[in-house]
Structures are given as C-alpha cells and as structure tokens.
Write a protein that binds this ligand. Structure first.
Ligand code: AMP
Length: 282
C-alpha cells in the first residue's frame, strides 16, 4: 500500500488508471478507523470490480461547528494504515490542511440542498454540510474516482453528496453501504472510544429505539412515536437532540405514515459528552 501526503504524488500514481479508464473506488474518512470504515474498503476492493481502491484520512476542519469537537476528534494514524492495508487498500491520501485548501483556491461550494441540508444534522450542526460538501468536492476532484463508497450511518450525508455529484455532473457512482454495528447494536463510530463505560453500556438503547420505532409505526401516530422514542432515550440517561421520521428520498419530515413510500428514522443523542447518530429505514 502506498501512502501519499501530497496531492500531485497521488495523481501521478493514478495517471495510468485514468489513461486506461480503469474503475477506481474511493473511501473518504476522518481516520480512527473501525470495521464500519473497513467494510467500505472491502466492498470497493473485494466485492466491486475496482482495479484500485483509495482511502483518504483527513480530519476536515471546515465541517466541525465546534472547535472543541475538532480537537477531541480521535486520531490513530499508525493503526489506521495497518487496517487499510489488510482490507485491500492500494493507496492512502493523508494530506495536510494546506494541501486540501491551498491559499488562493476557492473551495467553497454553493448549492441549495433544500430539505436535504436544512433538517436534522443540518439544523443542529450549522455549517456542517457546507463543510462536508466542500471537502468531498475537493477530494473527488483530487482523486477522480469512478465509485465513491459511503456509509448509511451518515444517511443525510450520502444524500447531500449524491446531490453534489449530480449538480456538478461528476461521472461518479455513489454507493451507500450498510451500517456496521457492535454485537449489542451500537453503530460503530470513531467517537465510541470516547464513551465512558457507563455510557457505553447505555448507548445501545439508540439501536433498540430505532427497532422499536419499526414496530410502533403500525400502531401510533408519528407524533406519538417520536415522543415515545425521545422518552425511551431519556429514561436510559441519554440526551436526545432529535428523533425524526423523514421521507427517505427527500428527507422532508413526515407527519403521517402515508406521507412517504419509504421512511427513514434518524436520531442524534448525547451520551455524556459524546454525540452519537444513527438511523434506520423503517
Ligand atoms: P468518518 O470517518 O466518520 O467521516 O466516516 C467515513 C465513512 O465511513 C463515511 O462514509 C461513514 O458513513 C462511514 N461509516 C462510519 N461509520 C460506519 C458504520 N458503522 N458502518 C458503515 N459505514 C460507516
């Protein structure tokens, strides 16, 4: 596996693949890698037909709306590289902030994401998706992959990136891969290592509540369902930020079961000082 710190070196490595129109799979990450990330790498390298699988590790400052969150973000680069090599990654880009955002280059993305960007994570983390769109567009321009692998764990993010790719007519197919969970159902996340043992034991209530929502939706109104979900999370000692049901395609919030063919339940909750998100198609 090759490790690149400079964009131009990675592009020189990729040139023969571009020349021959070879499929390239790309997995952007912020590091502190776990099996969720590695499942994306394995899908690209072992399941799909990609001739080359590239990952990036870059903790993107522009998508953090709180500087303390950025500072506390876990960083485990040495372990990450070993895991990526084992999962079948051919090359990793670990750029500096200056490489991604060179002075003088305007990398800002101005797209109206409408509901996709204004509900849930968009409402609770102002500026977050602007930062995500900025870094993903820049990374896609650098890597020029044919396939991009992203986790359903960040459902709203995948829809935002699909819209980005569509708007800029990038010839890239965006694949949404399933959420990988711990045995007790907690969605894997780089943030989980910051949970105290007490909150780690409580956090699986998030997955349980999503599963319960799948049953409750037959019997109660959307409003009641959300209330039940929020109460259940609070009763376990978490501080939910939202529990919302939305049209799985447009992310318009729904008021009635019949408002959408496919419904996604999305949740964000604090477990101590760690913010966790999860979702499920219900
Ligand atoms: P991050 O490092 O948090 O930016 O995540 C990088 C990619 O890994 C994103 O596409 C995430 O959605 C994906 N990812 C993170 N956690 C999981 C998980 N538990 N299962 C599947 N994909 C995940």
């Amino acid at each position: 596996m090759y490790l690149f710190k400079r964009v131009r070196d990675l592009q020189a490595f990729l040139q023969p693949f571009y020349d021959k129109n070879r499929p390239i799979g790309f997995i952007p990450t912020m590091g502190a890698l776990h099996d969720g990330h590695l499942s994306l790498v394995r899908t690209s390298s072992k399941v799909a037909n990609n001739v080359c699988t590239i990952a990036s590790i870059f903790v993107n400052p522009t998508q953090f709306n709180e500087s303390s969150d950025l500072e506390k973000y876990p960083r485990t680069p040495a372990e990450d590289l070993i895991k990526l090599a084992k999962a079948g990654c051919q090359a990793v880009l670990m750029p500096s902030v200056e490489e991604v955002y060179p002075s003088g280059l305007n990398t800002k993305v101005e797209i109206d994401f409408s509901k996709l960007g204004s509900v849930m994570e968009g409402a609770h983390r102002p500026g977050h998706f602007e930062g995500v769109a900025e870094v993903v567009k820049r990374l896609l321009e650098i890597v020029q992959p044919t396939h991009l692998y992203m986790g359903q764990k960040d459902y709203q993010q995948v829809l935002i990136v699909r819209k980005l790719v569509e708007t800029f007519k990038m010839p890239i197919s965006v694949e949404m891969c399933p959420i990988i969970r711990e045995k007790d159902g907690l969605a894997m996340s780089s943030r989980n290592i910051r949970l105290t043992p007490d909150y780690r034991a409580k956090a699986p209530i998030i997955y349980k509540t999503l599963q319960d929502a799948k049953n409750w939706i037959q019997a109660v109104s959307i409003d009641e369902l959300s209330q039940k979900a929020l109460s259940q999370l609070e009763a376990e000692g978490l501080r939910p930020e939202y529990f919302q049901l939305a049209n799985a395609q447009t992310l318009e919030l729904i008021a009635d079961q019949n408002d959408a063919k496919q419904i996604v339940a999305c949740v964000a909750a604090w477990a101590g000082d760690v913010r966790l998100i999860d979702n499920m198609i219900i």
